[in-house]
Design a binder for this molecule. Structure first.
Ligand SMILES: Nc1ncnc2c1ncn2[C@@H]1O[C@H](COP(=O)(O)OP(=O)(O)OP(=O)(O)O)[C@@H](O)[C@H]1O
Length: 573
């Protein structure tokens, strides 16, 4: 049963929160019929027959007390649990902190009541009424698009304010020169505007703010964004506003900090997770593969191959991997996202998978991470969204919120930054009740992550070897073996021709894993030893000394004096 918790005071422990019960949403789901109260012009979306309906209710959008303009544009008939549990309290003006699993329709759950509130407000209202903050540019754009499907631009003027554009000054002029009902922004760019030359005008734009939405609230409140978010929220005009905070993961510390962002007052905490329910979808098969670094890329390739066969359109099965030119896998509906610890690693993996000898045997490979320009990130995200059969290699910029229907498999290679991040990455598959699969690949030295308390609470991940049929397991081993030699050759070429990229991936690995010491429990010496093994086995580094690092970089990582590093000596003048 969903729980609703009323926050009392920061000084009291969360055990002391009063829990009041909500009417549990009815779980039985009916697929869209044509018997809606009024006939909306938008065709209801029909769920695939194989979809899992456990998070849908019998409650209909058409029965909500909202304006007909909005009803007309809602493309779904039945509400999901989170929509049924939150839209009414939000319409009643409550401040909410909401937790619901990935892909269950939180975007509509916060946009719909906020837009309805805007509709109900007097015409004399001034400026922007709704501010949505999201941690990534792609997600901000996606939220804007979703808002625009609820109302056309002639009725709802939306500005998307994010970094990565060519001319921020011009963007600012455009923002200030036009009236907007909704601003969807990433905290960094908005913070720049809030502290820049024209800050008074920017802040004044929010004089009529009615609703503040923090999507992926736990991510926005954590270290990386906290300062900018704080700057923005504190600078907002002191209007009587409603706060709607949403995420699939809401750790206790977020419940505490959320109150500060709620003007210090109480909010309703609504979670659609039942007591002790894990935070990933039951119908997503999750497994792990513990294998040495040297096998990570061949393992990814073998999994891609298996998924391609599993979703083959023409049911052609072959027992040998196609590495021959001309056999690009266009005959499958396999769509795979592969997450790496850092942008450098996603970039490095792209060099391998896009190498001449491999790319012919794979479907289109896209790359989305912070090492690419925003334009390229957008292009690749859109191309992946539209492709029936494709692979996306990414860093965590794509981990949260990204809604690409039809992702059949999520692979996580290396240590995720937290159990929460594991849940969000996995959540790119099996959205809106669809089927999906997740596999995490770790080296032996990384496996403690799987058995952490947070992971046990969030997931049910089992060994990969226990899941596929014996036939599949045999195929998997065959594929892995035949890719191994091939990958080794490719790595050898990269290490000699593109030494720099291996060096940078090595430095990024050290920096990232240094930050994961709470999970790995490695000493600095062990960290360096693992990094050197990683360089040799996964990056194809063949030189006797490990990849060189500048003394400055080593100092910044806090690894000065640690044995096993190869410190570059500055040239003597
Ligand atoms: N009532 C509904 N019926 C069917 N599909 C829906 C419904 N509401 C939303 N969807 C669809 O479900 C998908 C996931 O929605 P959305 O992106 O809002 O999920 P989310 O809960 O925000 O996920 P995440 O936690 O990953 O950000 C979208 O494609 C959306 O159009």
């Amino acid at each position: 049963m969903p729980t609703v918790m009323l926050s009392r005071s920061l000084s009291r422990s969360f055990n002391h929160f009063r829990t009041i019960s909500l009417m549990p949403p009815r779980k039985k789901v009916r697929l869209q019929s044509s018997t809606a109260a009024s006939s909306p012009p938008v065709q209801p979306v029909t769920l695939p027959s194989s979809s899992n309906r456990s998070h849908f209710t019998d409650d209909k959008f058409q029965d909500l007390p909202i304006s007909s303009h909005l009803k007309r544009n809602i493309k779904h008939e039945f509400m999901t649990e989170v929509q049924a549990a939150t839209i009414q309290p939000a319409l009643a003006g409550r401040d909410l902190l909401v937790q619901a699993k990935t892909g269950t329709g939180k975007t509509v759950a916060f946009l719909l009541p906020a837009i309805e509130t805007l509709f109900r407000s007097p015409n004399s209202r001034n400026g922007t009424a709704i501010l949505v903050l999201s941690p990534t540019r792609e997600l901000a754009q996606q939220i804007s698009n979703e808002a625009q499907t609820l109302l056309p631009a002639s009725q709802l003027r939306i500005a998307t304010v994010t970094g990565g554009t060519n001319n921020p000054r011009k963007d600012l002029e455009r923002l200030l020169g036009t009236e907007h009902d909704v601003v969807v922004a990433t905290p960094g760019r908005l913070h720049d505007y809030f502290t820049g030359e024209r800050k008074a005008e920017v802040v004044a734009k929010f004089d009529g703010l009615q609703t503040l939405i923090l999507d992926e609230v736990d991510r926005l409140l954590d270290g990386g964004f906290a300062k900018e978010l704080d700057g923005v929220v504190k600078a907002l005009p002191n209007t009587k506003r409603q706060n709607l905070f949403f995420s699939a993961t809401v750790p206790n510390k977020v419940k505490e900090t959320a109150r500060q962002y709620n003007n210090g007052s109480d909010y309703l905490f609504i979670s659609t997770l039942k007591e002790n329910e894990i935070n990933t979808h039951q119908h997503v098969h999750q497994s792990y593969i513990i294998t040495p670094f040297t096998d990570h890329i061949p393992t990814i390739l073998a999994l891609l191959r298996l998924d391609s066969l599993k979703h083959a359109l023409d049911h052609v099965t072959t027992s040998t991997p196609t590495l021959s030119p001309g056999s690009r896998g266009r005959t499958s509906n396999s769509k795979v996202m592969v997450f790496f610890p850092t942008a450098r690693h996603a970039e490095f993996a792209a060099r391998v998978l896009k190498s001449e000898s491999l790319k012919q045997s794979l479907p289109s490979v896209y790359e989305v991470h912070s090492r690419r320009s925003q334009n390229k990130r957008n292009q690749d995200t859109e191309a992946f969204r539209d492709a029936p059969n494709a692979i996306m290699l990414c860093s965590d910029v794509s981990a949260r919120g990204l809604d690409v229907p039809g992702v059949t498999l999520v692979i996580q290679a290396g240590l995720p930054s937290s159990a929460e991040q594991y849940v969000h990455r996995l959540g790119r598959t099996a959205r809106a009740g669809a089927e999906g699969q997740g596999v995490i690949i770790l080296d032996h030295a990384e496996q403690s992550f799987l058995f952490s308390h947070a992971m046990k609470k969030a997931t049910t991940v089992t060994p990969f070897s226990s899941s596929p049929s014996s036939h599949e397991a045999k195929e998997f081993d065959t594929y892995k073996k035949s890719y191994s030699q091939h990958v080794d050759n490719i790595l050898g070429t990269i290490a000699t021709r593109e030494r720099d990229s291996a060096m940078k991936a090595y430095a990024a690995w050290l920096g990232y894993y240094k930050g994961q010491s709470k999970t790995t429990k490695w000493s600095s010496e062990q960290l360096v030893a693992e990094a050197n093994r990683y360089a040799k086995d996964s990056l194809g580094w063949k030189e006797a000394s490990p990849p060189p690092l500048q003394a400055k970089t080593v100092g910044k990582m806090g690894l000065k004096g640690v044995k096993g590093l190869n410190i570059e000596r500055p040239p003597k003048l």
